[in-house]
Design a protein around this ligand. Structure first.
Ligand SMILES: [Zn+2]
Ligand SMILES: [Zn+2]
Length: 239
């Protein structure tokens, strides 16, 4: 069944006990895409054309570099920089536009290109489609599958960004009572679990006070790493 490509990773993420199952799905896609960028694929012309054009965002350029394929990274950077030089040369000769008749300042094509290139990314682009399908699948399973609904209701909530995405997507996929139930449950899961992590951090702080020195750590030991997931969707333990 073709849809298992999506339902299996979604179920696995909700089984993982992660502070945000959606982050877990994203990280798995991210790892695959980063490895792919430095795997044999960079020698393929069509892939190389994409890395030449898009480059990598601030986050992913360091992850791709971290794959420690020095020659691969050098080859990819060389032809990407060739491309950037030729795109800038094309644009740099054009006049820098100033204010229009209406007083609006329009950016020059050079600054527009440079601004877009800063966030354009081969890894982000490669993740994008599958990640969107994963999000759709969460809503689809919630609608169709009672055992997934239970799994969803027992997860440890979400990071702020992915909570926002779920709330935005819900009205496109659900309606009526199911929509109300889903959004109420999702908000409750987000808030209850955010408070749980906040309380773990509070206990972590207490442990620096001599009065609490002999108290157990409870769930506070890895509270900082878990707070980073909740707040900024980042895996602090990633390589
Ligand atoms: Zn997340
Ligand atoms: Zn990226």
């Amino acid at each position: 069944m073709k849809e298992k490509i999506y339902t299996i990773p979604v179920n696995d993420a909700f089984d993982s006990g992660s502070e945000c199952p959606i982050c877990s799905m994203y990280w798995a896609l991210e790892n695959d895409a980063v490895e792919y960028a430095m795997g044999p694929s960079y020698m393929e012309d069509d892939i190389r054309a994409q890395t030449d054009e898009l480059g990598f965002c601030e986050k992913h350029i360091l992850q791709v570099y971290g794959e420690e394929n020095r020659l691969g990274f050098a080859l990819v950077m060389k032809t990407h920089i060739d491309r950037v030089i030729s795109e800038i040369e094309k644009r740099a000769s054009q006049p820098v536009k100033g204010k229009t008749l209406f007083g609006k300042v329009t950016p020059s094509t050079v600054s527009e290109y440079a601004g877009n290139l800063k966030t354009s990314c081969f890894v982000c682009r490669r993740i994008e489609n599958t990640f969107q399908r994963y999000l759709d699948t969460i809503l689809h399973l919630y609608k169709q599958d009672e055992s997934f609904r239970q799994k969803y209701a027992n997860c440890k909530g979400f990071c702020t960004s992915h909570y926002g995405m779920l709330m935005q997507l819900a009205p496109q996929k659900l309606s009526g009572a199911a929509l109300d139930e889903f959004t109420a449950l999702t908000s409750r899961l987000y808030l209850e679990n955010m408070k749980r992590v906040r309380d773990d951090i509070e206990w972590f702080i207490n442990k620096f006070d001599y009065k609490y020195a002999n108290e157990p750590w409870k769930n506070a030991k890895d509270a900082l790493q878990r707070s980073i997931v909740k707040v900024q969707s980042v895996d602090a333990d990633a390589k």
